[in-house]
Design a protein around this ligand. Structure first.
Ligand code: GAL
Length: 661
């Protein structure tokens, strides 16, 4: 029988991390067994980067060492998330298949010596990856320690080599059919780029001046399909021998080279990695942002946090430490939003190699350390939450997320470099998080009617189908906020003619944007209602909408900046500039009010996060995390699973998981 839930095999929520015993020796393994027991570790991710050990030379596999570790972990009550090691080909592979390593847009071919030095489209690589997945599954497919399959690691590497060019052409033929249609789609009439044979078509390699935007967008789409296909191949090779659930860990923030919606549909359980890029309350908001995205990718199904750092916050050129208590707070932040546990990269901090200075559950200092004590405390907390397994989270607001729109804002030649898709999504989520509201992410073509409020930031590319979907959503009673530079281009990146955004959406918003006017760097404008805008402005006309705030500067003076349109039984709002954070938060509060959406738990002080998980049988649990510096009295006292006691107040930094009725 197929088992698709990992918690069935764990008897509770998951706690653990990447485990790389090959970096250590016997005395350390013995200590690992003891420390894992102390920390209540029940799931270890093994083998992520073990290709060189598993296949020391082409076609010869060595599983003896892995057999021993799996037996040891199993005897110690630790289940295994077994990885295929295909993200890091060993030196012999690169030397045997020089055509299978990554080529950059400028033609530089990478060599081994780091990781991710493969080309996903190279036949030798794909074949080796499939064989490896099959060999592992044949050997361990029904191993009693096995709880989950972990295909690859963070699919993301792009490649511009000749294999990639050949596969790209096959993909383009399937998408466009004829060269005439491709020429039309890519607008090759401009700059004399017309193709007269398929062999002339290349990936968007280094060239002079702007690259063709249609070519760039199609290459992104092609690559995303290639990733999904490569994942499917490994998954199917595994499924031939194993009934355990299969996943691959997505790295959401930085890696935009996958179609997360399409790939997530192929996963038995969505798993993600999350490393914040700012400390303190911003890190907590980032946890919520990624957790809400992970849950949404699996259409609300339980998901799993595959990696976080015990003390890692990436801040540009340095790694900042997490604050005391963050390990528990971040772990609960993920579980609150539907994760079936929390895993870390990695169990034991490496003493050598590229990530020697990356944090871990057992730091260089050893178990007598603040970090290991916090890990143990967190493991104990997670162990107390077993009854939550399988419960889910529901949200009253959706923020729209479309990989096509992200890619469309990554092409050359846009009016400003300020149109940062990921940041726009993050701002929308943050304003809602600050307001205490739980958020889903949804594709603009998804069914949206269950959300009283939908926010659409930076939907630069909007398909006809999605535009019609949004029109219908408003007509049927929804409240929609569309933000600047949305609906400017269609699926081919062709500009919408006659005014932006796309016609069906214009109808729902009751406006027509005639001209875009990016602001100067550091320019601040003030609107007629006293709110302030930056970065972007637009000349627009109302076509039925009311003007809520007007521009007060330059040629736009008196023109609408913020509008609202009653359309059908709903309301379409349009915001044509980027408001400052405080003014944007006030606008979001107004929209929530109009849509009748309140915070998850009214009456909480600011900075106290509240999220509820629901079981199908009606049981509910409320997570409360106090990110503020003041004690927070709770509206009512209740039983806390973490302390097995009644709580009525949360100290600064405190957390509780309340069983509620
Ligand atoms: C992840 C990766 C891990 C480790 C970690 C460091 O993206 O999957 O292997 O490199 O980053 O933060």
């Amino acid at each position: 029988m197929t088992t698709r839930s990992i918690t069935d095999r764990l008897g509770g929520l998951a706690f653990g991390g990447d485990y790389n015993p090959e970096q250590w020796d016997e005395p350390v393994w013995k200590e690992d067994d003891d420390l894992m027991h102390r920390a209540r570790v029940n799931l270890a991710t093994v083998g992520v980067f073990s290709w060189a050990l598993l296949e020391p030379e082409e076609g010869r596999y060595d599983f003896a060492w892995l057999d021993a570790h799996l037996e040891r972990l199993h005897a110690n009550g630790v289940a295994v998330d077994l990885a295929t090691p295909t993200a890091s080909p060993p030196p012999w592979f690169t030397l045997a298949h020089p055509d299978a390593s990554t080529v950059r847009p400028d033609g530089t071919r990478l060599v081994h010596g780091s990781r991710d030095t493969y080309c996903l489209t190279a036949p030798a690589y794909r074949e080796a990856a499939r064989r490896m997945a099959g060999a592992l599954a044949e050997r361990y497919g029904d191993h009693p320690a096995l709880a989950l399959w972990h295909v690859h690691n963070e699919y993301a590497t792009l490649c511009y080599c000749d294999h990639s060019a050949a596969s790209f052409r096959v993909w383009l033929r399937a998408r466009h059919g004829t060269l005439d249609i491709l020429n039309e789609a890519w607008g090759t009439a401009f700059w004399s780029q017309r193709y007269t044979s398929w062999e002339q078509v290349l990936p968007p390699r280094a060239t002079n001046w702007h690259r063709n935007p249609g070519q760039e967008l199609d290459f992104r789409r092609f690559w995303a399909d290639e990733v999904t296909a490569a994942y499917r191949e490994q998954r199917d090779a595994i499924r031939a021998h194993s009934d355990r659930p299969v996943t691959t860990n997505l790295m959401l923030p930085a890696y935009q080279n996958i179609d997360v919606w399409a790939l997530a549909r192929e996963l038995d359980v969505v798993t993600v990695d999350q490393y914040p890029s700012a400390p303190g309350v911003d890190a907590a908001a980032d946890v919520a942002f990624h957790a809400d995205r992970a849950r949404s990718l699996g259409a609300g199904r339980p998901w799993l946090l595959m990696e976080q750092g015990t003390s890692t916050v990436y801040d540009g050129d340095r790694v900042l430490a997490k604050e005391p208590g963050d390990i528990l707070r971040h772990t609960l932040g993920h579980i609150a939003r539907g994760s079936e546990g929390a895993l870390f990269f990695q169990w034991r901090q490496s003493r050598a190699g590229a990530e020697t200075w990356h944090s871990a559950m057992v730091p260089h200092a050893g178990p007598d350390s603040r970090i290991f004590r916090e890990v143990t405390r967190t493991g104990e907390a997670v162990a107390r939450l077993g009854e939550l397994a399988g419960s889910t989270v529901s949200a009253p607001v959706a923020v729209l997320h479309d990989p096509d729109a992200w890619w469309a804002l990554g092409v050359d030649g846009l009016p400003t470099a300020d149109l940062d898709y990921h940041a726009a999504l993050g701002r929308a989520h943050r304003a809602l998080w600050d307001a205490g509201v739980t958020v889903d992410f949804a594709h603009p073509a998804h069914e949206l009617s269950r959300y009283p409020l939908v926010v659409a930031p930076a939907l630069f590319l909007l398909s006809d189908k999605a535009a019609e979907n949004l029109r219908r959503y408003v007509a049927d009673g929804g409240t929609l906020l569309v933000q600047h530079a949305s609906g400017y281009v269609d699926e081919r990146l062709h500009a919408r003619l006659g005014g932006y955004p796309a016609a069906p959406l214009r109808e729902a918003l009751g406006i027509r944007v005639e001209e875009y006017r990016p602001l100067r760097r550091d320019e601040r404008i003030t609107l007629s209602d006293g709110t302030r805008g930056t970065s972007w402005s637009e000349s627009l006309r109302t076509e039925g909408a009311e003007t809520l705030a007007a521009y007060t500067h330059g040629m736009l003076t008196g023109g609408p900046a913020l509008t609202r349109h009653r359309f059908g039984t709903g309301r379409g709002w349009y915001l044509s500039t980027r408001l400052t954070d405080a003014d944007y938060a006030a606008l979001v509060a107004r929209l929530l009010d109009e849509a009748g959406v309140g915070p998850e738990l009214p009456g909480l002080p600011p900075r106290v996060e509240a999220v509820t998980r629901h079981a199908p049988d009606g049981r509910r649990w409320r997570f409360l995390i106090n990110h503020g510096a003041e004690s927070a009295p709770l509206p009512a006292s209740a039983h806390d699973l973490l302390t097995d006691d009644t709580v009525s107040e949360l100290p600064p930094g405190g957390c509780a998981v309340l069983r509620i009725t």
